[in-house]
Design a protein around this ligand. Structure first.
Ligand SMILES: C[S@@+](CC[C@H](N)C(=O)[O-])C[C@H]1O[C@@H](n2cnc3c(N)ncnc32)[C@H](O)[C@@H]1O
Length: 260
């Protein structure tokens, strides 16, 4: 255990409990948990992909964590899905859940998204389609120069990321450098579907308090625009002041296109 203050970086290897994280933030999908932010982002992701323009062969998800929620709405619209994650224990959890003996099946998230997209289908159809399209769960450290530790990736048609780019950087300047690193992996004309938090300083995973970057909407938008992205849509939902699990001001979903 390092110095005092919220946990960060390598402490994700040792202190981040995947089951506690999923139980707190993803087990109940209604307005009673963090002000309804998770149903909000699932609905917005669904709207963005269902509109039909965000598609392609290859999708990269940055910082998938122990749950693939950020890619579920994208599954019917891409062919190859590359998941990436910093912590080895989260990678193992995700791998066991999708391909091994893990008990986690994310059924409530798949059901929620299936109800939004095509109620006539069983949720397991989307789950099986995801499993069939995942090409790997790769290491990722956004704070390193070589963020994928030697894995060679050609450019992607779509990049998704959710609640990760605000977990990694220690300050706003570093956030700007991460945006530059990530933007190198997307094709011209490619799409970014990004879920993030604003004005946050911590979130709890069980008893463990994790650090989050306090960043504003203007700062987020300016960094992506500077890297050649045009913002197609931005939607936000306010946090709930009564919530004790995290202190975020808003959660947002941003869709951008890489123009230059
Ligand atoms: C709040 S979780 C988000 C998980 C998931 N994407 C979601 O939407 O729920 C934050 C994620 O950021 C990852 N992370 C922390 N530091 C990182 C770093 N330096 N590079 C890449 N990912 C990092 C953690 O391992 C964790 O999976």
């Amino acid at each position: 255990m390092a110095e005092s203050g919220p946990l960060r970086y390598e402490q994700y290897h040792t202190h981040f409990d995947p089951d506690a994280y999923i139980k707190t933030y993803y087990s109940v999908l209604d307005g009673s948990v963090i002000g309804g932010a998770i149903p909000f982002i699932l609905e917005r992701q669904q709207d963005i992909f269902k509109a039909g323009d965000v598609k392609g062969k290859r999708l990269l998800d940055i910082g998938t964590g122990p749950i693939p929620q950020s890619v579920i709405s994208a599954v019917p619209f891409v062919q190859d899905i590359y998941l990436t994650e910093f912590s080895a224990s989260n990678r193992k959890y995700l791998h066991d859940a999708l391909f091994g003996s893990g008990k986690q099946d994310y059924s409530n998230i798949f059901k929620f998204v299936t109800d939004l997209s095509d109620k006539s289908q069983p949720w397991t159809k989307l789950s099986e389609e995801l499993k069939g399209k995942v090409r790997g769960i790769f290491p990722c450290d956004l704070l390193k120069d070589d963020i994928f530790a030697g894995s060679y990736f050609p450019l992607f048609d779509v990049i998704t990321t959710s609640f990760c780019m605000d977990a990694a950087p220690p300050d706003v300047d570093t956030y700007g450098k991460l945006v530059k690193k990530v933007s190198k992996y997307i094709k011209l004309g490619g799409h970014l579907v990004y879920v993030g938090v604003l004005d946050e300083s911590f979130y709890f995973v069980g008893e463990e308090k994790f650090y989050a970057l306090n960043i504003s909407a203007d700062e987020v938008k300016a960094f992506w625009k500077d890297c050649g992205f045009s913002i197609q849509s931005w939607d936000e939902i306010k946090g709930s002041p009564e919530c004790e699990d995290t202190d975020f001001g808003s959660v947002f979903v941003m869709h951008c296109i890489k123009e230059s």
